[in-house]
Design a protein. Structure first.
Length: 399
């Protein structure tokens, strides 16, 4: 215990916790903290759906119908019609025949990636091709989300990282993986850089080398593509080899995670993943709200349009000021500052002006590449964007 106390002092955990804004209202994207109004450029509520009246009404109806929890794993008597409906709607969005719902996006990655390699064990238990030794190797983009890295680690399978979006490096690892089935894993949109994975190249390599491809579309689902279908829709690139992962806590404004896959693979995941079989799904009212979110994705496309208009407007204002933007492809627009302390000073100065932007630095980014991670939102007004751009210009003159 003393050791833990020493570490706590060393990392300054308490002061970090104290300094964090505690919100009195939801960032939609403006919010109130400690009686003061702020505008958030750090919420994943991309389409400002989290407090949409239709989502709230659907959740209330869900509460009246089902109560506040399902209180059991779906494999052990906790299944509800609403979960089945949500899964089939998510499958349709992703052009797959089935989807498997999990409690959160984090649980989805950990639960599926740790268990995919168990499919071989399951097959052997059931006597299917009992002599086959199933062997897998994970090949993962070095900038993938932590939940991917932890899921792969938990699997116990062999694993290698390839350089960010470097298809030559990936191919050399695929060549070296002979004798094992490769599972290529990539974020669809990378959360710290805002870059998009080169999906068509990934699909081509997966097909050439007989690999499974797992795409984490946490920041793409609901955002990229004409209908919010994510990275596949953005590139118009579909393949039976892709396992499509998504979260329901970002553009969809609620909580949960899922993988969309073909039905037989879904069944294997349901039977092998502890994060499905040994814990609860999102609460039933959340599932009801999420079905409403899927309706809104179709009925209110202007939200997506507004998000992209805001993103383009922000970039057009920032670039002439000489700020270096890490990428300009998605709703995540990181402004490179470089030095960690300078980046934190920017973040504090922005906060003094009523603007909340995350300062992201080592170990989340390489040393010397600290950045302000601006996350654009359909609910931002032009005045709010003008204000933040003006404040950034003023801070850069001062610092
Ligand atoms: N994958 C990525 C790429 C993410 O950015 C996140 C959340 N930051 C997750 C997975 C986890 O999703 P959730 O918050 O729904 O658990």
């Amino acid at each position: 215990m003393n050791e833990l106390k020493e570490i706590a002092q060393w990392i300054g955990g308490h002061s970090i916790h104290q300094e964090m804004l505690v919100n009195e209202t939801l960032p939609d994207p403006s919010f109130v903290s400690n009686g003061r109004k702020y505008v958030s450029f750090s919420t994943n509520n991309y389409l400002a759906l989290a407090n949409h009246p239709r989502m709230v009404a659907a959740a209330k109806q869900g509460l009246d119908r089902y109560g506040v929890g399902n209180c059991e794993s779906r494999l052990l008597g906790g299944d509800l019609e609403v979960y089945r409906e949500l899964e089939s709607r998510l499958a349709a969005l992703k052009h797959k025949t089935d989807a498997v719902l999990f409690g959160t996006g984090y649980l989805t990655n950990v639960g599926v990636l740790s268990s995919l390699v168990k499919a071989g064990t399951l097959a052997r238990i059931h006597g299917y091709r009992a002599k086959t030794r199933y062997k897998y190797v994970y090949l993962s983009d070095e900038l993938n989300h932590i939940s991917i890295r932890e899921g792969i680690q938990m699997s116990g399978a062999n694993r290698h990282n390839y350089k960010h979006r470097d298809m030559n490096h990936l191919e050399s690892l695929l060549k070296a993986a002979e004798g094992a089935t490769p599972i290529i894993v990539s974020d669809g949109v990378f959360s710290m850089d805002g870059t998009i994975a080169p999906l068509p190249e990934l699909v081509a390599l997966a097909e050439r080398y007989g690999a499974i491809l797992y795409i984490d579309d946490a920041h793409a689902t609901g955002v990229l593509g004409k209908n919010g279908g994510g990275t596949s829709e953005y590139y118009n690139c579909y393949s039976p080899n892709i396992i499509q992962m998504g979260t329901l806590s970002k553009a969809f404004g609620a909580i949960g995670g899922f993988v969309a896959v073909d039905r037989d693979v879904a069944d294997v995941i349901r039977l092998t993943s502890s994060a499905y079989g040994f814990t609860c799904p999102p609460t039933p009212d959340q599932a009801c709200a999420l079905i409403a979110a899927l309706d809104l994705l179709v009925e209110e496309p202007q939200r997506r349009q507004r998000l992209w208009d805001n993103q383009r407007y922000f970039i057009a204002q920032m670039q002439p000021l000489g700020f270096k933007l890490v990428s300009t492809e998605t709703a995540i627009v990181p402004v490179l500052i470089g030095d960690s302390e300078l980046c934190q000073n920017y973040s504090k100065a922005l906060r003094d002006e009523g603007i909340h932007v995350d300062s992201v630095q080592f170990p989340a980014t390489p040393v010397g590449q600290a950045r302000l991670r601006f996350m654009m939102n359909a609910g931002h007004s032009r005045e709010q964007i003008d204000h933040v751009v003006g404040v950034m210009a003023e801070i850069s003159r001062r610092l």
